[in-house]
Design a protein. Structure first.
Length: 353
């Protein structure tokens, strides 16, 4: 029986149409021998497939000056395919894995991700459900803490290092490498949840392992009282939860209107449950003016856009394309803030409820 190609990386990217200059979000799957792209993550059949044998990749790609973090894949038949990532590190991670896959397939070798999975096998007797109950034991389990990072306070959570330490001390594993594999299994089955950008990025494939044995990677039990508090960049006042969700990020951005195309300052509040970006009148008011649904969306930086200059808008723009392909254009105060918003929105879009 022929072995199915291994999935190396997958996620939403913006892809340029092959015939027209249109950019649309696609769920992209990198296999050992090719790249498949789907209109939706849940689709069973891909919209297309690009064989990697004989292909070449080019990054950075400057063919589209207004779009940032674009890379170009040229197939063996000299057909060019253009993809746009959300930010620099994500683009580089895709390019790195695609290059490695091309190198291996052209050399007749199998792709092998640097991982603990090949060298370590879990004992077959491990019961993840029973282990989870032991981890949550009030007396002998993992202690839930209040931790602070990047001006945010994480309540009822713990570090990746604490998880591995507990697994070692409880004799659930034989070494820390095996602990990484076991913790990754707990993460993939939903017994652990990532909290914060570091652990969320690893869970989404931007690290060698889904779980991190680090003191600054935070996790929590899904049925615990976890919540996050963020400090306002204006007055350092702790902001409590609004609606059901945890506030991941908030601040003022310029937003382009859909009808008149005019730009107005709005206060934006990003929550992870439900995964919405609400916007408000910055002068006050508790009720939001609207909301952008983030599940399945794609967010990317853009350098310029039609009619932007007539409204004196600087080129610190980013674009949100929702799952039903509604486009929102926003402007941050600086390039650093734009990157922070992109990463925060992307993490909520992937892991928010």
């Amino acid at each position: 029986m022929e072995r199915e190609p291994m999935r190396i990386r997958e996620g939403y990217l913006v892809k340029k149409g092959s015939m027209f200059n249109t950019w649309k979000p696609m769920w992209v799957v990198l296999l050992e021998d090719g790249i498949e792209f789907y209109k939706r993550k849940a689709d069973n059949s891909p919209k297309g497939m690009i064989p990697l044998k004989g292909s070449s990749i080019h990054s950075p790609c400057q063919d589209f000056g207004k779009r940032m973090f674009v890379f170009k894949l040229t197939a063996a038949k000299q057909q060019d395919h253009f993809f746009q990532a959300a930010y620099l590190e994500e683009r580089d991670a895709w390019v790195r894995d695609i290059k490695k896959a091309i190198h291996h397939i052209d050399g007749g070798q199998r792709f092998a991700r640097k991982s603990t999975r090949k060298s370590v096998r879990l004992p077959e007797t491990i019961n993840l459900s029973a282990l989870y109950l032991s981890m949550k034991d009030p007396e002998n389990g993992i202690k839930e803490l209040k931790l602070e990072k990047d001006k945010r306070v994480f309540n009822h959570c713990f570090t990746g290092t604490c998880v591995i330490d507990w697994l070692v001390s409880s004799n659930s594993i034989r070494n820390r490498k095996e602990g990484l594999l076991l913790a990754s299994s707990l993460l993939s089955e939903g017994y652990l949840q990532p909290a914060g950008d570091t652990s969320k990025a690893a869970a989404e494939g931007l690290s060698d392992t889904p779980f991190l044995d680090l003191s600054d990677a935070y996790y929590y039990f899904p049925d615990s009282g976890f919540f996050c508090e963020g400090y306002s960049s204006d007055d350092d006042v702790v902001l409590k939860e609004e609606f059901r969700g945890t506030i991941v990020k908030q601040g003022c951005l310029l937003k382009q209107g859909h009808r008149r195309k005019n730009w107005k300052v709005r206060k934006f509040v990003l929550r992870d449950d439900p995964a919405y970006l609400h916007y408000y009148d910055p002068a006050g008011g508790e009720e939001p003016l609207g909301a952008i649904h983030l599940r399945g969306c794609v967010v990317t930086a853009v350098e310029d856009m039609p009619d932007s200059k007539k409204y004196d808008v600087d080129n610190i723009l980013f674009e949100i394309i929702t799952a039903n392909e509604v486009h929102y254009y926003l402007q941050a105060a600086s390039s650093t803030e734009r990157t922070e918003w992109i990463k925060a929105i992307q993490s909520v879009a992937r892991t928010g409820k």
